[in-house]
Design a protein. Structure first.
Length: 464
């Protein structure tokens, strides 16, 4: 019998630890599980366990990820938005434990994270993860019929399902899962204010025009599909830390038709926070693939960059607070943006400003634009026009943000960065492109921030 290689031996050791840990967590729960007992169950030393997993938390997340199995599309899906929501709810509710389960076993079956992340970095990551999960579910629902943005609907669905799971932890057997699934279906009939108008976006600096060779890293998987991520295609790459995951929607909505949007997640703690993101997104994507035929992710991918490979290739420092973006075109990085709103700026392209927040990937002048309370931008620019900061006809629009005309603050009660005074709600603090008259607030079909004072960057999380 041939001797095992070192890599094969490590894989066997890791599998033995995971099997023993799953039994330990099912018997005692996360809080009372002991690494020594896990080592004894696996017939290994304590050091062998820690050589594969840096902490009990990292081991628990590895067990949860191991419980997520690849799944194919539904056999005979029912068409329509309500049916898609109901199918997704049923898949999620299948994990509800029976009343006869022990508390520890039930929590493991529920993939519960109660008490696992009590520190601030973990809580921040969980909050941002929920926003990214809502976007992924919303994109799947947006593929089912007209109606535009459906993020608030997705948030509501996830809230109901999370509530059912929490109830199963404290009161096993309470309620009927079929009633919960039916209630989720009916959420599709609610009229929700699905507007996309984050107040900070008009004050985001435009992307910087650059011309850098792009060598795309290979071999990194897309968490949503399990396939190898395509980082060499034209589009936007947004690099975000675990504390900035909610900014993904800014890149998605600003992206042009045909763009591939890649969200690259980086962290200073890949063993725990990186593992948390991988587990939650893999779990959600698996549920969606079982529930709907077309999850709604064409041109959208998510990469967990544990080693910082993509971040290094783009020249970005990886950390939990990172938020940077680049636009790729023809094998070159043609524009860059950093800081809050980077994905939005890169999506619009170099030299473009938020003279009107538009609904990305839905086309200009569509019903989606009307649904979002926004007015589509003027004549679309070509990729190279945007990289040069010129109009399609060749007329230059080089005015930097620091030299824009300003208007009094009025009722905004806040002054944006760079010494600019905020304009009235109509033109949203940005000077129109050359030759265009500034539109009033009514021209865009949206009132500024609901009459509230507009806060400055950094004073609120404002949708990024």
């Amino acid at each position: 019998m041939a001797r095992l290689t070192r890599a094969q031996q490590q894989e066997l050791t890791r599998a033995a630890v995971l099997t023993a840990a799953r039994t330990e967590f099912a018997d005692h729960g996360y809080a009372d599980a002991k690494i020594d007992r896990i080592a004894d169950r696996a017939d290994l030393t304590r050091g062998a366990v820690y050589s594969n997993f840096s902490s009990k938390r990292a081991l628990y997340l590895a067990v949860l990820l191991d419980m997520t199995t690849p799944s194919g599309p539904p056999a005979d899906p029912e068409p329509g938005l309500a049916a898609a929501i109901g199918a997704f709810a049923r898949v999620r509710l299948e994990r509800l434990p029976l009343s006869a389960e022990t508390a520890a076993g039930a929590n493991l079956q529920l993939r519960s994270l109660t008490g696992v992340f009590a520190h601030e970095a973990g809580r921040a990551a969980l909050a941002q993860l929920s926003r990214l999960e809502s976007l992924l579910l919303a994109r799947a629902l947006e593929a089912h019929g007209p109606g535009g943005r459906r993020v608030r609907l997705a948030e509501l669905v996830l809230t109901v399902l999370d509530g059912a799971a929490r109830m199963a932890e404290t009161a096993p057997g309470f309620g009927d899962p079929f009633d919960v699934a039916l209630a989720c279906r009916h959420l599709s009939t609610l009229e929700l204010a699905e507007t996309w108008n984050p107040p900070h976006l008009p004050y985001v600096d435009p992307a910087r025009s650059v011309d850098e060779q792009w060598v795309a890293p290979g071999g990194l998987p897309d968490v949503l599909t399990g396939n190898t991520a395509r980082l060499d295609e034209d589009g936007v790459i947004l690099i975000v830390g675990t504390a900035r995951l909610g900014a993904a929607e800014e890149a998605v909505r600003a992206a042009r038709d045909g763009d591939r949007v890649t969200v690259v997640v980086v962290t200073g703690d890949p063993a725990e926070l990186g593992a948390l993101v991988r587990f939650r997104l893999t779990d959600l994507a698996g549920c969606l693939r079982q529930a709907v035929t077309t999850p709604g992710w064409p041109g959208f991918q998510v990469v967990i960059d544990d080693a910082g490979t993509v971040a290094a290739a783009t020249g970005v420092e990886a950390g939990d607070e990172t938020e940077s973006a680049v636009r790729i075109m023809g094998g070159h990085i043609v524009s860059r943006a950093d800081g809050r709103g980077a994905g939005h700026a890169a999506g619009l392209g170099a030299g473009n400003t938020s003279d009107g927040v538009r609904y990305g990937r839905g086309g200009r002048g569509t019903d989606a634009d009307d649904n979002l309370g926004t007015k589509p931008s003027g004549s679309p620019r070509t990729e190279m026009d945007s990289a040069r900061g010129t109009e399609p006809g060749g007329s230059q629009d080089p005015e930097p943000s620091s030299s824009r005309d300003t208007t009094p603050n009025g009722d905004r009660g806040a002054k944006p960065r760079g010494g600019q005074a905020a304009s009235s709600g109509g033109d949203r603090g940005a000077k129109p492109r050359s030759g265009q008259a500034a539109s009033s607030g009514g021209d865009r079909g949206a009132t500024p921030n609901g009459g509230r004072g507009l806060e400055t960057r950094g004073s609120r999380d404002g949708g990024s």
